[in-house]
Design a protein around this ligand. Structure first.
Ligand SMILES: NC(=O)c1ccc[n+]([C@@H]2O[C@H](COP(=O)([O-])OP(=O)(O)OC[C@H]3O[C@@H](n4cnc5c(N)ncnc54)[C@H](OP(=O)(O)O)[C@@H]3O)[C@@H](O)[C@H]2O)c1
Length: 413
């Protein structure tokens, strides 16, 4: 215990407040007893910490932390579950644009049960289920003490693993379906990385809004089974990347309309495949939203995706001029400038953290409640594996992809 305290002190006493731990490290057991007379303290905690950024399997370790003070506006939460998301891994690796100062505790979202509350806390009681909303760092520990404003009370009937994972990925899916293009029932979208939680949520939210989904997955063992699973949750079409090595991918669409919106979380060739599916109509070209880069390859936009499509439209427009600027009896107002600056393809990006930081706390919580409601109604589901916290290193190994494709790893405390 003494050793653990000394490791913990070394790791945390420099910058505890900066990553919100409210660290109340006391020099030795005697000092801690003195504080205990006057202060409400949390139980001791177990946490995944990293003192430097680097390969997650090398820099993370599970350590014991001594109790911390629960101040008057603080809530002490006994964590129940928290996922390992790709962005958690990127934070530890030091490649995520915004990340906690090291030493730090891993994790960014999760669910817990209120254990104790400070004297000024209103609206939360021991036993309530809460999530940090907007999410915040340090969820991979058994007890978290943070200001009451961090916590959002949720319906306890929500399945624990869904409550733990509802923010980062389902909210991203919901926002991306709403924020870029107006989609109407009967429209379609295309996406890669369709087996991801974001991908599975996009399929289902799109489905019950009457929107078709065209899905691209990577070639890997078990891809037939993965296709079947995606179809079972509502995917209209699922293709492996190799199936799309054809001249005209749109020929595979049968009766589905060309998608106006595409989502890319993979990059490389997979992003090019999304682009190939996108709609290309005069002044109504498709939009591809990039929100992740699982292959670690850059988004490559083929020259032809820009030029050929513009040339195609230009040629089409010239034909229209020849035919007195009309098509199906409608007069088209196409000028040379329209053609030259025609935006038939839009490439955009989405980052939930940026969206959340723009004063969206209330909106975020309303959407979390909506998404959890969909879960309870059985309209939103996705694959996860609950792993005991003691098996953190095994879960991390799976999340890092060392054991091939795996369901989302969710730590159970
Ligand atoms: N921009 C934002 O605000 C935001 C928010 C949330 C998530 N994201 C991003 O969204 C993506 C999905 O996150 P998630 O948590 O939903 O994923 P997840 O459930 O953990 O699943 C990982 C996904 O990545 C695929 N994958 C893994 N390694 C790959 C590789 N080398 N090449 C191609 N595909 C690979 C997996 O495919 P298999 O099934 O074939 O293994 C699976 O579809 C991540 O890039 C994440 O960072 C971004």
């Amino acid at each position: 215990m003494a050793l653990a305290r000394s490791v913990a002190a070394k790791a945390f006493n420099k910058s505890a407040e900066s990553f919100g731990l409210k660290w109340a490290y006391c020099r030795g057991a005697q000092a801690q007893c003195i504080r205990a007379f006057s202060a409400l303290m949390s139980p001791p905690s177990k946490a995944v910490v990293y003192e430097r950024e680097g390969p997650p399997d090398a820099v993370t370790k599970v350590i014991d932390l001594p109790p911390v003070e629960v101040k008057q506006n603080d809530v002490c939460v006994k964590m129940l579950a928290a996922p390992i998301n790709p962005s958690d891994i990127n934070r530890i690796q030091g490649v995520y644009p915004v990340r906690p100062q090291v030493p730090a505790i891993g994790g960014y979202e999760g669910v817990g049960e209120v254990y104790s509350v400070g004297s000024e806390v209103a609206g939360l009681l021991p036993g309530d289920w809460v999530i940090p909303s907007p999410p915040s760092s340090g969820t991979w520990q058994t007890y978290v003490v943070k200001d009451q404003s961090v916590w959002h009370k949720i319906n306890k009937d929500s399945p624990m693993e869904y409550a733990a994972t509802i923010t980062v990925n389902p909210l991203t899916a919901l926002r991306m379906l709403e924020d870029f293009t107006t989609l109407n029932s009967g429209d379609s979208i295309v996406q890669n990385g369709a087996t991801s939680i974001v991908g599975q949520c996009i399929i289902q939210i799109a489905k019950f809004r009457g929107i078709h989904s065209i899905n691209i997955i990577r070639d890997r063992p078990g891809s037939d089974e993965a296709k079947e699973k995606l179809k079972n949750i509502g995917a209209d079409e699922v293709f492996t990347e190799s199936q799309l090595e054809v001249k005209n991918v749109k020929g595979l669409l049968a009766n589905l309309p060309e998608p106006a919106l595409g989502f890319n979380c993979v990059g490389g060739n997979s992003a090019s495949l999304v682009l190939k599916f996108l709609r290309c109509i005069l002044q109504q070209g498709g939009t591809m939203v990039t929100y992740g880069g699982m292959s670690k390859k850059p988004v490559t936009v083929s020259t032809s995706s820009f030029i050929f499509k513009v040339m195609f439209v230009q040629a089409w427009a010239e034909q229209l001029f020849v035919s007195k600027n009309t098509i199906h009896g409608i007069i088209l107002e196409v000028t040379v400038l329209d053609i030259l600056f025609l935006q038939d393809l839009s490439l955009k990006g989405f980052w939930l953290q940026k969206w959340l930081s723009s004063d969206k706390a209330t909106e975020c919580r309303n959407m979390i409640d909506y998404l959890l409601c969909l879960v309870r109604e059985g309209k939103l589901k996705y694959e996860m594996e609950l792993v005991p916290f003691d098996n953190f290193q095994i879960a991390l190994d799976k999340a890092l992809g060392s054991q091939g494709s795996q369901p989302k790893q969710v730590l159970k405390f």
